[in-house]
Design a protein around this ligand. Structure first.
Ligand code: SF4
Ligand code: SF4
Length: 103
């Protein structure tokens, strides 16, 4: 598993680099980049911190289908998870972050 960072959507906030447990992300010229792609074990921490949806997480063929990617975007109180399949079709799950941890 690995991630890809879309530099066009990255605002250089550095949140992803702060949370990566493997110290795999650096900020260069106000853009995030992954240092050692092969060392990423897919914990999704960076993905959850990125408010602009700049980080794409590659899903295995057994999870989302061949060529599918997962991204997350924050809109107000909502975190919107999107799986984009290899053929471009999308499925989204919207989670209200204020409600999600209530029990
Ligand atoms: S969290 Fe997202 S916007 Fe912020 S530096 Fe990382 S990739 Fe860029
Ligand atoms: S998925 Fe986890 S290990 Fe991989 S780059 Fe993001 S925070 Fe680091």
């Amino acid at each position: 598993m690995s991630i890809r960072i879309n530099s066009a959507s990255c605002v250089g906030c550095g949140k992803c680099a702060e949370v990566c447990p493997g110290n795999l992300i650096r900020i260069s010229d106000r853009k995030a980049e992954i240092k050692r792609e092969k060392d990423c074990w897919g914990c999704t921490s960076c993905l959850k911190e990125c408010k602009t949806g700049a980080i794409l997480f590659f899903l295995g063929a057994d999870i989302g289908g061949r060529g599918s990617v997962l991204s997350v975007k924050e809109e107000g109180e909502n975190r919107i998870w999107t799986v984009t399949a290899g053929d471009g079709t999308k499925k989204t799950i919207t989670v209200n972050t204020k409600e999600s941890n209530r029990y």
